[in-house]
Design a protein around this ligand. Structure first.
Ligand code: RIB
Ligand code: CA
Length: 311
């Protein structure tokens, strides 16, 4: 077994963010070195409180949780409380945290953490990209220091916040434009792929067998998520970005040039994806497919490991 990959997660918990964090904590191939929070699904106060609750509930009290940006660079803040619940974790109610948020701002934590371990840390963003954009602006060298940069966001076929825009990009299009133009390769997992990884009945049945983790977090969160995302079960979007860091072979990618629309009256937040490049260097590897069965094996095995060691 190779040494676990260090992963820093910028997130807006959020139901699928919570599953992503659980996966990162339980996966033997990963070493969670930090969590930064951003306003998104719910307010920054709530996304940060949820990250703190998850830290203690799941049992990694030494991992820093550092709060970041409350809102977008330019547009007014939007949220997705109708999808994640007003508390942000759907029907899951976790104990109040005893440990406080770590000092400092997420931007500085991201910069300092990557600077201290150049080439070693997989930076993974599963919320609006405000913190990442500000970190890149403050210290452009993070694009060299990150081992890789992975996002759950965007889409080359459709949106979910609007017909054109996926929520994480729609919530801060200007930040996304900065991030896609920063000079690194964005490993982008968008709705095209994340909407194929559903928590179907059989998957939920296996989660129900995971003791307190299933009964207190996974099921109440996903049952709420499922009420608003419907079909054959809720898509666990953010967890796919973590799974990519753990095992890139789960996915197929195509290089592309991705531009972010920021002024379109009906299309702001759209990730305009050019797989033909048209003579330009690609700025993104865009996910085209995932092996759903292998994804769930990795994820449920990791959840089982967390369940067995819950404090
Ligand atoms: O569109 C899905 C994304 O938006 C996920 O990150 C979810 O948590 C929400 O933030
Ligand atoms: Ca999210």
């Amino acid at each position: 077994m190779p040494a676990p990959k260090k992963i820093l997660i910028d997130c807006d918990p959020g139901i699928d963010d919570a599953l992503a964090i659980t996966l990162a904590h339980g996966c033997e191939a990963l070493d969670l070195v930090g969590i930064t929070t951003v306003g998104g699904n719910v307010s920054l106060d709530l996304t940060t409180a949820n990250a703190l609750k998850l830290r203690e509930y799941l049992g990694f009290p030494a991992v820093p949780v550092v709060a970041g940006s409350a809102g977008a660079l330019v547009i007014s803040r939007i949220d997705a409380a109708e999808v994640h619940g007003f508390g942000g974790l759907g029907g899951a109610v976790l104990p109040e945290p005893r440990l406080n948020v770590n000092d400092g701002h997420a931007i500085d934590f991201i910069i300092d953490t990557l600077a201290a371990s150049p080439g070693e840390i997989s930076l993974t963003a599963v919320g609006p990209l405000t913190n990442i954009a500000l970190a890149v602006r403050k210290e452009p060298r993070i694009v060299e220091w990150a081992r890789e940069f992975v996002i759950l966001g965007g889409s080359y076929t459709r949106g979910n916040r609007t017909p054109a825009a996926e929520f994480n990009i729609a919530a801060d299009p200007e930040a996304a434009a900065i991030v896609f133009g920063a000079g690194w390769t964005v490993n982008q997992i968008g709705l095209d792929v994340s909407l194929t990884a559903l928590a179907t009945g059989p998957v939920l049945a296996r989660m129900r067998d995971l003791g307190r983790l299933g009964g207190e977090l996974l099921i109440p969160a996903l049952e709420f998520y499922g009420m608003t995302t419907a079909h054959d079960g809720p898509a666990v979007h953010d967890a796919l970005a973590i799974a990519y860091v753990a095992d890139p072979s789960l996915f197929e990618f195509t290089p592309a040039v991705v531009d972010v629309e920021t002024v379109g009256r009906f299309t702001s937040g759209m990730t305009v994806t050019d797989f033909n490049l048209h003579g330009r260097m690609p700025n993104a590897n865009v996910a085209r497919s995932i092996d759903v069965a292998r994804f769930w094996e990795l994820t449920l095995d990791s959840f089982a490991r967390v369940s067995a060691q819950l404090p």
